[in-house]
Design a protein around this ligand. Sequence first.
Ligand SMILES: CC(C)(COP(=O)(O)OP(=O)(O)OC[C@H]1O[C@@H](n2cnc3c(N)ncnc32)[C@H](O)[C@@H]1OP(=O)(O)O)[C@@H](O)C(=O)NCCC(=O)NCCS
Length: 185
Amino acid sequence: MTVEAITLRSFTDLSDVRETLVGLYTAVRAELLHLPNYKLSTFAERLDRHGAEPGWESVIAYEYGEAVGYAYANTIEPGNRWWSRLISPPPNIYTSGPVVAIKEIGVVQKRRGQGVAQRIHDDLLESRAEPYATLCVNGAAGGGKVQELYERWGYVTIGRQEPLSPDAPQLTCMGRSVSQRFQNR
Ligand SMILES: CC(C)(COP(=O)(O)OP(=O)(O)OC[C@H]1O[C@@H](n2cnc3c(N)ncnc32)[C@H](O)[C@@H]1OP(=O)(O)O)[C@@H](O)C(=O)NCCC(=O)NCCS
């Protein structure tokens, strides 16, 4: 496969892609599904909630019709729980207006390490009106490699999030400007 074989499609109505997203999550997180925080039912509940919240959008990567990666995002308004969960306040530029929060990103194992996640990420930001983007990462994921990847995409740490449940890890909250995407190419 070359990355050129990948096509990206954007969706704003969850009902069009719910089944595809649940299938992708199941494949991407296969090794973690037994953990309470990664249970399929937990993901599905979160997805349904996020799909009904403002600015929901998903980009799905297809390879000859087979879905191989995904990301989805929502608009976060000032005062949103995304910010109130942080242990200390993030820079004012993030909290004073709407930003886009990337809530999930994943690529199936066989297509990792080929730049697919970055293509999905950049495509998702391309159409967004919000000036800033934010995402959360478990700093320990992949031995720190996932956070390093986001740093390569231009994200900087803007706060730490209280674990959402006793089973959940503490997450690092990161942010960058949306237009910075042009510097990645
Ligand atoms: C994180 C993820 C989306 C990256 O997708 P990708 O298409 O492989 O990303 P890219 O090809 O753009 O970048 C690959 C880089 O990711 C890094 N990386 C990401 N996750 C990694 C992991 N778990 N272990 C090792 N390296 C990892 C590597 O450094 C790699 O760089 P290299 O090719 O120089 O070694 C993908 O690894 C994935 O789906 N992981 C499981 C789900 C997940 O962790 N999602 C993020 C939750 S915050």
